[in-house]
Write a protein that binds this ligand. Sequence first.
Ligand code: PAF
Length: 277
Amino acid sequence: MTPILRHTADLRTTVAGWKAAGQVVGVVPTMGALHAGHLSLVRTARETCDRVIVTIFVNPTQFNNPADLARYPRTEDADAALLSTAGVDLIFAPTPEQVYPPGFATRIAVTGTSDAWEGTHRPGHFDAVATVVAKLFGMTQADHAYFGEKDWQQLAVVRHLVADLNLPVTITGCPTLRDPDGLAMSSRNARLSPAARHAAPALHNAMQHAAKSIHNGAPPAPALDAAHRTILSAGFTHIDYLALTDPATLAPTDTLPARLLAAAWLDGIRLIDNIPV
Ligand code: PAF
């Protein structure tokens, strides 16, 4: 089994040994409840790095809603078994006290990239993500870090964070993994009822249809309006946003290439997705 460390000091000792031997260290930061999408990040990490760490930490500060935090799936035994099979060298699963000791007082805000979309609907979320990711980089001392494109805005925020703070880590974004019907893999999908799971791919299908029309020259606004209607008629109850954005700055745009971002509610679950246009 892959060893699980819970204390930063132990992690630093192990990583120092690897680095002294000239080994390149990669990290895949996660909140656990691992699925094939996470394992694809691990596979990519193993291609570039001599040693791969997976962090499992359900970061309480990045949840806007205490009920969502309480409901977040925690499956450490199953996660550890998957990571052992995947050949991960080390699991770092710190306690909240290790990450946020008494007196913890720092918050990192990546302005601009964080502001719209998820930032509007989840105030403070990206400050919490940027802060914990900077901490995880400091704790693991990783040379490379791997993030899913599923959370496109998070990836953009992390890239900005690393550039602005000259953090010595190279960020790699990895393509979203999807179920055969197109639904983007997410730990939250497990909470969908069978009927909602059946309806869920409508989000990605409508986005793809809109992306294709826009790519073929249709004006974005009516294409997005049509997608909006299709998503709601499939059973989604609310769309937080469906927007064509600049892939790096996330500013709204009508210019291609762009990234189409969406967040919508189905059966009380908030699903997000994004695709290139
Ligand atoms: O994407 C996630 O799972 C989390 O936001 C991350 C990057 C592990 C930070 O808690």
